[in-house]
Design a protein around this ligand. Structure first.
Ligand SMILES: [Zn+2]
Ligand SMILES: [Zn+2]
Length: 361
């Protein structure tokens, strides 16, 4: 198998041929048909979120099952699958309490190594996945089979960006019809929040980002109002659009303390602030104490869109097939495995919503 490896923080990725380990009883060998390039991959490559190299990056993938271990029951050879960066074992405390995004087996899955470099050293794969490759070996808990004819490039995005954004709206915040929703940050996850808000029946969706291309995409995907931070104080602009009150819900999809404070500022009294973006590992954020009490704003964290992947991946596939979600317009371009570093640069420059790797020639 070929895979793009991170060998050291801030180093370019290296595409190498690796030797897969024999399958364990619950392991599945998957041919990767497409893999999104997500901001969390950059966060690991640049050391913002620590993960020991050598590691195969990539956690947003879709593929086809090639081979299964002898005790695998969840998928069969030939199934189309979407990978989940949180395993769903189905048996731990969180899984049986309907919060499998906190599955207690996550670390076991992420720390199991499934392939070797030429000199014999085993390598880690991000979240137990490692989708920047042409094949991967996963625990069956990390895979969800879906029956659909949608292109793999779209299915891949369900594995992180779409699930995280749509799930933050439908699962975490449970936005009610007629609401006003503000979204700060319009990358792949932010665009999915915009679309999730539309699916939830929001009356107004205010999309906020300094990059014109991202605001234009949000407009295409269902935003009713666009805010450019360069035009003045963001909270003032949102209040001007909302009768002076602020939004009923605000989603922070950047992962920075400043935009978390901003999300709280654009929310009306009694409204709901949802933190979706992944911050630097050691970042802290400060909110005004009196207002926490007086303004009664609810502050919610959202991890992987509070995903219940075995329920939600097929649900999202149905929403795309039915035309309620547009993932095609989130795929800016498809690239080869060798192009991941260029895709990182394009993402940081704000040139793309998603680059998607198609590793098979
Ligand atoms: Zn991601
Ligand atoms: Zn579990």
């Amino acid at each position: 198998m070929r895979a793009a490896l991170l060998l050291g923080v801030d180093e370019p990725l290296v595409v190498e041929t690796l030797t897969p380990e024999p399958l364990g009883p619950h392991d599945v060998r998957v041919r990767i048909d497409a893999s999104g390039v997500c901001h969390s991959d950059v966060s690991i490559a640049t050391g913002l979120v620590p993960m020991p190299p050598p590691v195969i990056l990539g956690h947003e993938g879709a593929g086809t099952v090639l081979e299964v271990g002898d005790r695998v029951t969840r998928v069969r050879v030939g199934d189309r699958v979407i990978s989940s960066f949180a395993p769903a074992c189905g048996e731990c405390w969180y899984c049986v309490h309907d919060q499998p995004n906190f599955c207690e087996r996550m670390l076991d899955v992420a720390m199991t190594r499934h392939s070797r470099r030429a000199e014999g050293k085993l390598v880690f794969s991000m979240s137990g996945l490692g989708t920047f490759a042409d094949e991967m070996i996963n625990h069956e808990w990390s895979l969800v089979a879906v029956e659909t004819d949608l292109p793999a490039e779209q299915l891949a995005l369900i594995g992180c960006g779409v699930m995280t954004g749509v799930g933050a709206v439908l699962n975490t915040a449970q936005v009610v019809p007629g609401s006003t929703v503000a979204v700060i940050g319009l990358g792949g996850v932010g665009q999915s929040v915009v679309q999730g808000a539309r699916v939830a029946g929001a009356a107004r969706v205010i999309a906020i980002d300094p990059v014109a291309m991202k605001r234009a995409t949000a407009s295409k995907l269902g935003a009713s109002d666009l805010v450019d931070p360069a035009d003045g104080d963001v909270a003032d602009q949102v209040r001007a659009l909302t009768g002076g009150r602020g939004a009923d819900y605000a989603f922070e999809v950047v992962g920075r303390p400043e935009t978390m404070v901003q999300a709280r500022d654009v929310t009306r009294r009694g409204g709901t602030v949802v933190i979706v973006g992944m911050p630097k590992f050691d970042a802290t954020v400060t909110f005004p104490a009196y207002s926490m009490f007086y303004d009664e704003k609810r502050l919610l964290g959202s991890n992987y869109g509070s995903a219940h992947v075995r329920r939600d991946f097929p649900r999202i596939v149905s929403l795309i097939e039915g035309g309620s979600l547009d993932v095609a317009h989130m795929v800016t371009k498809t690239i080869a495995l060798e192009d991941v570093d260029a895709a990182f640069a394009a993402m940081l420059a704000g040139d793309v919503i998603r680059s998607v790797i198609v590793p098979q020639p």
